[in-house]
Design a protein around this ligand. Structure first.
Ligand SMILES: O=P(O)(O)OC[C@H]1O[C@](O)(CO)[C@@H](O)[C@@H]1O
Ligand SMILES: [Fe+2]
Length: 193
């Protein structure tokens, strides 16, 4: 079979410190205003948007599509920071496909990977550089940066996984991560009380 252009191997160069790789297909920025429904302190959300709408995280993508496959690479850099008392985090999502897992690999910083099933099972994995988490298909997943430096992680998944954010926007995760007496503390999500 004659190979098409996309069927040739490709390498990208990943920077462990910045989380950026080159070449990349596209990048996305998520600011506080992109996550209004995600953070629990709406007053803090509004005042931060007025004060300049800071960057929360960035995602760098490459779908690695060939004529017969894809193996998406998504690296994410979450800034250190809080909205009110709640740490900066990714939006969090379920996959649309019932059979699409994902691998998340923490390469820099510290935080937690929050996961939850629609049946209400909740799990939080402590992340430090080198923690690699396998996320089965039925678990929503969100990364929280509880450190003082950017948290960088690498995600690899099939594009067929799809992303659905609505349930997480409406219900959040069972627990939120907030800073209490200087420490990362899990509290029950108000929407779940
Ligand atoms: O999609 P979210 O919840 O904003 O999280 C960002 C990370 O998750 C992914 O969307 C895949 O799970 C990656 O592309 C990206 O690294
Ligand atoms: Fe995902």
């Amino acid at each position: 079979m004659a190979l098409k252009k996309e069927d040739y191997p490709i390498s990208v160069q990943f920077d462990f410190n910045t989380g950026v790789f080159e070449p990349q297909e596209k990048s996305v920025e998520r600011k506080v205003s992109d996550m209004v429904k995600m953070f629990h302190d709406k007053t803090a959300v509004e005042s931060m948007i007025k004060a300049g709408d800071p960057l929360v995280y960035e995602i760098f993508y490459y779908g690695f599509k060939t004529s017969a496959s894809d193996m998406a690479l998504g690296t994410t850099r979450i800034q250190p920071g809080k909205v009110g008392d709640e740490y900066y985090m990714t939006k969090g999502h379920f996959h649309e496909a019932f059979d699409q897992p994902e691998i998340y690999f923490c390469v820099k910083g510290e935080g937690y990977l929050l996961m939850e099933t629609r049946e209400g099972e909740f799990q939080a994995e402590k992340w430090t550089p080198g923690t690699i988490s396998h996320i089965p298909p039925m678990w929503a997943h969100r990364v929280v940066n509880t450190g003082k430096e950017p948290l960088v992680f690498v995600a690899t998944y099939h594009l067929a996984a799809g992303h659905t954010y609505t349930e997480v926007e409406e219900k959040g995760f069972l627990k939120c991560l907030v800073e209490k007496d200087g420490k990362a503390t899990f509290v029950l999500n108000d929407k779940r009380k």
